[in-house]
Ligand binder design. Structure first.
Ligand code: ADP
Ligand code: MG
Length: 255
């Protein structure tokens, strides 16, 4: 039996991973602030939606409204997907605002009120209810769709003890990725929780690194990515230089 694979339809990723990756993968995107982790996740989401897949995007750093603005700034119109619920924002950020007694509208223009794809998590620090929501969605997406988490570092800052979260990631890998065949891709900032990062890298099937080209960092911030590890798939070993172009997403600058 041929294992099930998918291609990202994101130029630098497809160059680095000519065969695509296994659907049963847990993949981490590692890099410092500004290297493009969130834009990469946005494009991965948009391309998956274009292919007819569903996407569950776990937001820990921003509200669905602000994430929608980022999608528009990239030239990716996802409004209809959010309305139908094909793109679901699992909002793990707004609880902070609610705790201060402020209720924000779901989106600032009001056009997304009642959209199926905006789901609020009451308190993401409660890992049991968080897991229930992920598991239910992933079960519905079996063999299709993907789960994206931006960012796991932020998740660590709100959980008092990182080890239950690491345990949850291992359960998610076993149930969501391997059993439901729904890939999980998470972002992780370099420089925080390094002990946790090493354990997480070992637990992941794939590791992508994003960085600023160290040779020219004083003059320019040139973004690069490489695949450090991808279980079950062939990958090119080199760094690829890319830029972000509105309307196109991530494009290779030179190979
Ligand atoms: N809409 C856009 N148009 C052009 N460049 C963008 C756009 N969005 C992001 N970028 C580029 O990507 C960089 C940051 O990406 P981001 O994904 O937020 O980084 P990270 O999540 O790794 O901190 C920005 O500093 C900018 O260079
Ligand atoms: Mg980010």
């Amino acid at each position: 039996m041929e294992p099930e694979r998918f291609k990202f339809d994101v130029e630098p990723l497809d160059f680095l991973l000519p065969q695509g990756v296994l659907r049963s993968s847990l993949i981490g995107v590692f890099g410092e602030t500004g290297t493009g982790k969130s834009v990469l996740l946005n494009e991965i989401a948009y391309r998956a939606l274009e292919r007819g897949d569903r996407v569950l995007m776990v937001l820990l750093e921003d509200t669905p409204a602000s994430r929608l603005m980022n999608f528009s700034a990239l030239g990716f119109d996802v409004m209809d997907y959010v309305r139908r619920g094909d793109l679901e924002f699992l909002d793990c950020f707004s609880y902070r605002i609610r705790e201060r007694g402020i209720e924000l509208p779901e989106d600032l223009t009001g056009t997304l009120n009642g959209a199926k794809g905006i789901v609020s998590v009451e308190d993401p620090r409660n890992l049991d209810t968080f897991w229930d929501q992920i598991e239910r969605d992933a079960r519905n997406m079996r063999g299709r769709g993907m789960v994206l988490i931006d960012s796991l570092t932020e998740f660590l800052t709100i959980t008092p003890d990182p080890s239950p979260l690491l345990d949850l990631m291992k359960i998610m890998k076993a149930v969501v990725s391997k059993h439901y065949m729904v890939p999980i891709i998470y972002t992780f900032h370099f420089g925080f929780f390094d002990d946790f990062r090493y354990v997480l890298e070992v637990a992941s099937d794939g590791v992508l690194d994003l960085r600023f080209n160290p040779e020219v960092i004083k003059e320019l911030l040139i973004k690069q990515m490489r695949v450090r590890r991808m279980s079950g798939s062939r990958h090119r070993p080199d760094w690829v230089t890319f830029d972000v172009e509105p309307g196109k997403g991530l494009v290779i600058l030179r190979k």
